[in-house]
Ligand binder design. Structure first.
Ligand code: ZN
Length: 565
């Protein structure tokens, strides 16, 4: 017995030495509340509402193009839900945007030389046809401004095939990326020096969606030449530059749209920037800004059907096409909105833990994986916490952002209104009370890691939070090194890190986000994996609970310098 006790004492001394040497480098983690964790798990796995949320968000109200009537109706539904769950202060916060827009009708067919139904959808902020029109296609790929002169006077009343045919390749890899093992996830984290990976890791905010597809969307099964991805600033028009949100691409779109309009084009067609077999990736066509030119109707159609039209025309066979396109511009209220709701804190209600994701979507599918999942998970996480009624010192606030797809607008407006203007870094009193924002915008995949947002102390704290839930396969903490966020981009956590607040993202399994669903007409409810979004909801609730109940707020990243004095 004595010997045993001696051994124990020695072990305690050794452990103490180990802890103190660890503390010298980084703060120790938290002692976590395992009883509450068990309750969160029960609520998340046995009484889950997350797929019910997703059903309403995607199947009843989707798609939710920013500031459209669908988007607004989804927001009304979300607010009603939040109130039923007992959330307080449920409201919309508005910010200036422009027109809303949504599809009302899409009919497209080839009538001759044989009938074929055409699969597709209108590009966002392009008009309808004002009833059915019968038109002939003309192949007029626009690569550069010089092409304007070449086609001048030849496009009037035509269906313009405005891009080269899509290069379609054999699928030699599975669409869905296999889930990595826990060891592989950890090895990746270590290989990156704990800096994380993917587009999120470039920023301290660690938006960090998709583990699978670093560098952004679309592990393309299209355009192996990379031709579809022009560099910013080059004048080369492709289905990608047509679709991508950015000021430079908007300027390109405006030039081409003005030309097409002036030439009297009846309808313009794109094969989308990725996808085949009926899956079409496309987004922007016009602009939400009332000052930008309104193009003729522009439709994205299935790549094989687009290529068929090009081949027919090239063989001297001119098909007859019918289009009947209806859209709805929402012009009455040009202020878009974020949806906000809260569980007030018990003892430190002015200190705030936030969680959320963007609620707006593109129009081809129903916005299920982008970002019905992140919105549904955040709603489910606050439902779990509201249902458990565990006292939490800090306020837990959920935010469903608008305008992410057009440029991370909703969250950027929010942080500047509530916390600090980025130009001057003039802070409001709320700035010092915002503890952390947790973001989910990585599709359906399971949470496998979390970014520490640029702080080694936070990394140690997060390690202690994931330790008891490693059986859920969230194993890695990355992003322990600080890297400033230059501008909001990629996803909403960057709006927070941009002004020196903790904007935290989770790394998720990539699944088929890049190959099938992200900004495509296959972004639908059935592509969402139920077990994965239940896991994400449990983890978000657990993270929010820990942040809202720990003694201190999480450590801060450095406050950025003002851009203008
Ligand atoms: Zn998204």
């Amino acid at each position: 017995m004595k010997l045993h006790r001696f051994k124990q004492a020695a072990a305690i001394v050794t452990a103490a030495l180990l802890i103190s040497s660890a503390t010298a480098q980084e703060q120790a983690g938290d002692k976590v509340d395992l009883a509450t964790l068990a309750q969160i798990k029960t609520e998340a796995f046995q009484h889950s509402q997350v797929m019910e949320n997703l059903f309403y968000v995607s199947e009843v109200y989707g798609p939710r193009v920013n500031n459209s009537r669908n988007h607004k109706a989804a927001a009304e539904w979300a607010m009603k839900q939040m109130k039923e769950w007992g959330l307080q202060n449920v409201h919309l916060e508005k910010w200036p945007f422009g027109y809303g827009w949504q599809i009302k009708k899409f009919y497209a067919a080839m009538e001759t030389p044989v009938y074929a139904a055409i699969t597709g959808f209108p590009l966002a902020w392009t008009p309808g046809t004002n009833g059915p029109i019968s038109v002939e296609p003309v192949f007029a790929p626009i690569h550069s401004k010089e092409d304007f002169a070449k086609y001048h006077g030849k496009l009037k009343g035509k269906a313009v095939l405005m891009f080269d045919p899509a290069t379609l390749t054999l699928h030699t890899r599975a669409d869905a990326q296999p889930s990595l093992t826990d060891e592989e996830i950890l090895a990746r984290g270590n290989a990156r020096g704990g800096g994380g990976g993917g587009r999120g890791a470039a920023a301290a905010g660690g938006g960090a969606p998709g583990l699978g597809a670093p560098g952004g969307p679309a592990a393309a099964n299209r355009d192996p030449s990379g031709r579809g991805r022009p560099g910013e600033g080059t004048w080369e028009y492709t289905p990608t530059s047509l679709a991508l949100a950015s000021p430079k691409n908007q300027a390109l779109r405006n030039e081409v749209n003005a030309f097409l309009k002036e030439e009297g084009v009846a309808v313009a067609l794109t094969p989308g920037y990725n996808g085949d077999g009926g899956t079409i990736f496309s987004t922007y066509g016009g602009s939400e800004n009332p000052k930008d030119p309104i193009p003729p109707p522009i439709e994205a159609i299935a790549a094989e059907q687009y290529n068929r039209l090009v081949r027919l025309v090239q063989h001297g066979i001119t098909p007859k096409l019918t289009f009947d396109i209806g859209v709805d511009y929402q012009k009455e209220d040009q202020n878009a909105f974020n949806v906000i709701g809260e569980i007030p804190g018990t003892t430190k209600p002015d200190e705030v833990v936030m969680l959320g994701g963007h609620f707006d979507s593109w129009q081809g599918g129903t916005g299920a994986t982008d970002n019905g999942t992140g919105s549904s998970v955040a709603m489910e996480a606050v439902r779990i916490l509201a249902t458990l009624k565990k006292p939490m010192a800090r306020t837990v606030r959920v935010a469903l952002w608008g305008g992410e797809e057009e440029g991370v607008y909703g969250s950027t407006a929010y942080v500047q209104q509530h916390f600090a203007l980025r130009d001057t870094m003039k802070k409001t009193p709320e700035y010092d009370k915002l503890d952390v924002y947790f973001n989910d915008d990585g599709g359906s995949g399971r949470f496998r890691g979390v970014s520490a947002g640029g702080s080694p102390q936070t990394a140690a704290i997060f390690r202690s939070w994931i330790e008891p839930i490693k059986d859920q396969h969230i194993v890695s903490v990355s992003g322990a090194e600080f890297r400033p966020t230059l501008a909001p981009g990629g996803t909403d956590s960057t709006a927070f890190s941009w002004i020196g607040l903790n904007g935290i993202g989770f790394q998720q399994d990539g699944l088929e986000y890049g190959t099938r669903t992200h900004h495509s007409n296959a972004d639908t409810y059935d592509r969402v994996q139920k077990d994965d979004v239940m896991q994400g909801s449990m983890i978000e609730a657990w993270f929010a609970y820990n942040a809202a109940t720990r003694a201190d707020m999480l450590p801060r990243i450095p406050t950025p310098e003002p851009l203008k004095k």
